[in-house]
Design a protein around this ligand. Structure first.
Ligand code: 13P
Length: 285
């Protein structure tokens, strides 16, 4: 995992981390990376991993890895407690994110460090920590205002990375989870990202959460400034649900799942392909 972040940083591209919680979403992501020959991270949040099953998604990804021969990594997204992260490690996840951003700094450091120690013992290559206040949720929502005090402080970021030993860092730099109902998602605070990148870019992979709805130019600039992983969930959820509604409306008598779902898979795959092209992450020798 670390190697792919290093390669991404050197070549100024980012790896897409796409959330999935069922076979159709997984199929869509895999078909996209197969077509574009790109490495990929499949993320499951606490809720998503509970729904699909941690061991079950591990087994599915193993079978897709064998079939495609591509670097496909399984990642726990926003684990909120030591126990949840431990469960993912035990189920064979390649990579884990502990989100202690709601805790005070010292407590966040303490639990993150405990997870880094456990992960090292178990041979996990990437532990992602989080610092800063990331607003929103992976859904369509009313606009929220991003305040200066929400943003990750570059000096604190350096202290956090040094004290915990995380391999990668999720930050608040104007990004939000989800998309706004009737406004463009906010621009990123690229100057802040530049400062963080200067301080910790050589010590940890920089992660951009909230990849849905973020202005594309900002994503490109963020990758230039050192972002190596971009997380995307809401846009995939929207493509999925809109296509599913359409499929059911257009074929009200259809009851065969494998006839209802192909346009859903296709719709999600299209979004994943667009993102991979934006992140420029095809496999490099
Ligand atoms: P979006 O839902 O905004 O794409 O964010 C996803 C994310 O950051 C998952 O951690």
């Amino acid at each position: 995992m670390l190697e792919i972040f290093q390669k991404a940083k050197e070549n100024k591209y980012a790896i897409g981390a796409f959330n999935a919680s069922n076979l159709e979403q997984l199929k869509a992501i895999i078909q996209a990376v197969k077509k574009l020959q790109s490495p990929v991270i499949i993320s499951t949040s606490q809720g998503e991993s509970k729904f699909i099953g941690k061991k079950q998604i591990r087994a599915l990804i193993d079978s897709y890895k064998e079939e495609t021969n591509l670097p496909i990594f399984l990642h726990l997204d926003h684990g909120k407690s030591f126990e949840v992260v431990q469960e993912a490690i035990e189920a064979g996840y390649d990579s884990v994110h502990f989100d202690g951003s709601e805790l005070d700094f010292e407590e966040n450091v303490e639990i993150t460090k405990k997870i880094v120690d456990l992960a090292k013992e178990k041979g996990i290559k990437n532990v992602e920590g989080e610092l800063g206040y990331l607003r929103g949720k992976s859904a369509v929502q009313e606009a929220v205002e991003i305040k200066e005090e929400d943003l990750t402080d570059p000096k604190k970021a350096l202290e956090f990375v040094e004290k915990t030993g995380v391999d990668s860092l999720a930050m608040a730099i104007g990004n939000i989870h989800g998309v706004f109902k009737s406004a463009q998602n906010p621009n990123l605070f690229l100057d802040r990202l530049g400062e963080i990148s200067k301080m910790v870019g050589d010590k940890a992979g920089l992660v951009l959460h909230g990849g849905s709805g973020t202005p594309e130019e900002d994503i490109k600039k963020a990758i230039e400034l050192g972002i190596v992983k971009v997380n995307v969930n809401t846009e995939l959820r929207l493509a999925y649900t809109e296509a599913l509604k359409k499929s059911l409306q257009d074929n009200p008598d259809q009851t065969t799942p494998y006839k209802i779902m192909p346009i859903v898979v296709e719709a999600v795959q299209k979004v994943v392909e667009e993102k991979i092209k934006l992140f420029m992450s095809k496999v490099r020798p």
